[in-house]
Design a protein around this ligand. Structure first.
Ligand code: NAI
Ligand code: MG
Length: 515
């Protein structure tokens, strides 16, 4: 390990700007109600208090919903599906509503970005970018709505005609995590609505405010009552009924693999359709002929974007032996330029960690890695201050058997493993229970394509990292999930197929003589 690359620019302590925080807080009310059947629902008797993880200050209070609230929301969605206008409207009319929602998201960009920033600790500039990307997804869903269609079979002989209809699957439950509150719900909700489904959304108890605000925007945009309901609170209380209730036809979940597994098991009792976006331990493979400068930058971005609290985080770097030392030294230098601090500061790159409990788990993962024989190349500790900050960390000298190489940490921690060849990289990348995403860096397009095609993952980036666009499907192989989001099938995923099998002309009797 070289001494120079051990020095870190991480501040000894992070001070947050309290007057700026107070200014931001003055822009919206602390308390929000749930949104059920087209109106605010204030029946919860307790509130969940959310403290900004960067400032340690109370920023929002959202209802601690219980099973009865979830059941009421499911009832409203069921009624809206079975008897309401939404599923029966033309796709063009539904698209009109979705487009008005996108305009409203643009209009309220600043407020939505502040809600996500303050509740999650992510940088405000990044949160604004996420809101922009969200509006774009709503517009994509509106465009797709009008392309949804079934099939016809005139090929079955002159007496038979087959028509395959695509019908909305029904009531869709949506359960989301805290890392991209507005973006993740918007990878599901607009497509479900585009198909004609009605929804019940349960955001994370830590980051519910932007989803509650979105529900209000949907209503203002003309969504009929009951077509989108938002219940808040803890998973086992407000979320669990969404998995078990037989009135829910489909459940789409994003979160940890562990909870996803439990939720899917609960959903199996009523055999509802499920879609799962779960964890990842995504390899960034850097081969010896890579564009080193670009790879260093992208690997830092992949590892530390959103403080690594990202299912797509490129949390394990597999670098070819010949360049391993130079690459790691340059990465460490890059890491020292990362600006970590108050998420309301428009200049910072990394904000706060979501919760004290989660920060503790990140530290424990690092401690376990050093105990197993890995070395901290840079970072490795929390940063003192008002809030929950973690220094961006490189763990070096990692071998395949260590937990740091296989387990999702969900924090600003990247492990560096040396690989001997492209074939070794493939084997190492695939030696994981996950399969969400991966990256390959090489100037040799044949090698890059070969490696990409051998990797078992839902997305492989070549000479880039974490680029996304609504046109391209996203999701995981293996224990990273079931199904895909976005992409041209995103609306079809919220449908059932119905076969109309028609007979033309006199029908041949079965076997009984005519009566
Ligand atoms: P989680 O998986 O515990 O929760 C995700 C959502 O599921 C939340 O809305 C939660 O309230 C809900 N939920 C929890 N238990 C439930 C139950 N029994 N029935 C129905 N819904 C339930 O994720 P959480 O708490 O946000 O983070 C925990 C860990 O999960 C993180 O530390 C991280 O390691 C990982 N994670 C992974 C994500 C990914 O996209 N891969 C996203 C967020 C977290
Ligand atoms: Mg949890």
């Amino acid at each position: 390990m070289n001494k120079e690359s051990q020095t870190v620019n991480i501040p000894a302590a992070i001070t947050t700007d309290m007057p700026r925080l107070q200014g931001a807080l003055a822009r919206f009310p602390r308390d929000r109600a749930m949104w059920i059947d087209g109106r605010e629902d204030a029946s919860a008797s307790e509130m969940v208090e959310r403290y900004s993880p960067a400032h340690g200050v109370l920023v929002t209070r959202t209802p601690r919903g219980q099973a009865a609230d979830a059941e009421r929301a499911i009832g409203a969605a069921r009624q809206a599906f079975d008897h309401g206008p939404w599923p029966k409207m033309s796709a063009g009319e539904r698209a009109g509503v979705l487009l008005r929602v996108a305009d409203a998201i643009d209009r309220e960009r600043d407020l939505l970005a502040h809600l996500d920033c303050l509740e999650s600790g992510k940088p405000i500039a990044q949160a604004r970018g996420e809101v922009e990307a969200t509006a774009d997804i709503w517009r994509y869903a509106a465009a797709l709505a009008r392309t949804l269609h079934g099939d016809s079979y005139a090929s079955l002989g002159s007496e038979r005609l087959g028509v395959v209809l695509r019908e909305p699957v029904g009531v869709v439950a949506i359960i989301t995590p805290w890392n991209f509150p507005l973006l993740i719900v918007s990878q599901k909700l607009p497509f479900a609505l585009a198909a004609g489904c009605t929804c019940v959304v349960k955001p994370s108890e830590m980051t519910s405010a932007s989803t509650l605000h979105l529900a209000r925007l949907l209503s203002e945009a003309g969504l009929p009552k009951g077509a989108c309901n938002v219940i808040t609170g803890f998973g086992p209380e407000a979320g669990a009924p969404l998995a078990t209730d037989p009135r829910v036809d489909m459940l789409t979940f994003t979160g940890s693999t562990q909870i996803g597994r439990a939720v899917m098991a609960a959903a199996s009792a009523s055999l509802k359709k499920v879609a799962m976006e779960l964890g990842g331990k995504n390899p960034q493979i850097v081969l010896a002929d890579a564009d080193m400068e670009a790879a260093v930058d992208a690997c830092a971005f992949g590892a530390y974007f959103n403080a690594g609290e990202c299912c797509n985080a490129g949390s394990r770097i597999l670098v070819e032996g010949a360049i391993a030392e130079e690459f790691t030294a340059r990465l460490a230098k890059k890491v020292q330029q990362i600006r970590i601090g108050d998420p309301l500061d428009p200049e910072i790159n990394i904000g706060a960690i979501i919760s004290a409990g989660h920060l503790g788990k990140i530290e424990a993962s690092i401690a376990a890695a050093t105990k197993a024989g890995a070395a901290i190349r840079t970072g490795g500790a929390r940063v003192a201050g008002d809030g929950l900050f973690m220094a961006p960390t490189i763990v070096d000298g990692v071998t395949a058997d260590m937990a740091v190489a296989t387990e999702e940490i969900f924090g600003p921690v990247v492990s560096v493993q040396t690989i001997a060849s492209p074939e070794d990289a493939i084997a190492c990348a695939n030696a994981s229970s996950y399969g969400l995403s991966a990256a390959v860096w090489s100037r040799n397009i044949d090698v890059a394509l070969h490696v990409s095609r051998q990797i078992r993952a839902g997305t492989v980036w070549i000479n880039t990292f974490m680029d996304g666009t609504p046109e391209l499907p996203f999701g995981g192989y293996r224990q990273s999930g079931i199904g895909r989001e976005l992409g041209r099938n995103a609306v079809a995923d919220f449908t059932e197929e119905k076969t109309l099998h028609m007979h033309q002309g006199p029908r041949t009797a079965w076997w009984l003589p005519r009566v």
